[in-house]
Design a protein around this ligand. Sequence first.
Ligand SMILES: [Zn+2]
Length: 258
Amino acid sequence: MAKIFIDPGHGGTDSGAVGNGIREKDITLRIGTMVRDMLVSEYEGVTVRMSRTSDETVSLSQRSNAANSWGADYFVSIHVNAGGGTGFESFVYTGTGAPTTTYQTAVHNRVINLTNWGDRGKKQANFHVVRETNMPAILTENGFIDNASDANKLKNASFLSTLARGHAEGIADAFNLKRKETTEDDTLYKVQIGAFRNKTNADSLAAQARRDGFDAAVLLRDNLYKVQIGAFANRANAEAMEDRAKEEGYSTIVLSES
Ligand SMILES: [Zn+2]
């Protein structure tokens, strides 16, 4: 089980960098939360903890201590840059080698490829969270909050989701995480041609539909007699049946039910 520690930078009394109407602490929490959700819902063999899950003050040593005492396999600190510039860069502790640098390459490249953001490089630095953590660690700087163009992207929910996906897929690459088998979708798409309070009316419509070659059934649901001409696991098949019924002059509706 890969233990991934996600560290959304700043929080609480520490806003981090601020600019263009947004705060670093909010952006890092949103990205971090999405990374966690993607890893946990889409991959097997991974467990995730976060240094914070809300707008709270957490010191740097609380962050590294939490990861160390949990025995995390990887520490991922998420930040937003400031000070003039654009694009994405990542840091590991000065002088570290593999596997830390291999993991850095995995995460860094996925983010660059998915966001198409300017690549400021894979860097090394003497930051607390990459130095004081006992496991491989990375710190990502996701755009510049004081750059209007970068900030506009960071205000966009789907861009944040893409950033998160880059982190999640990079972590998955680094730890060879397997995607979960997609769960069997047991939704049924039901083609309905009428709903009546009066059963006689429903039976009459069903009889008509049978004469027109449909396999009609009357079902009592929510105090209504509903005339249904098919139930399909595949939406396209339900829509094909709906088209056929429309051609025969029925007014139809497709209801999904799981
Ligand atoms: Zn920061």
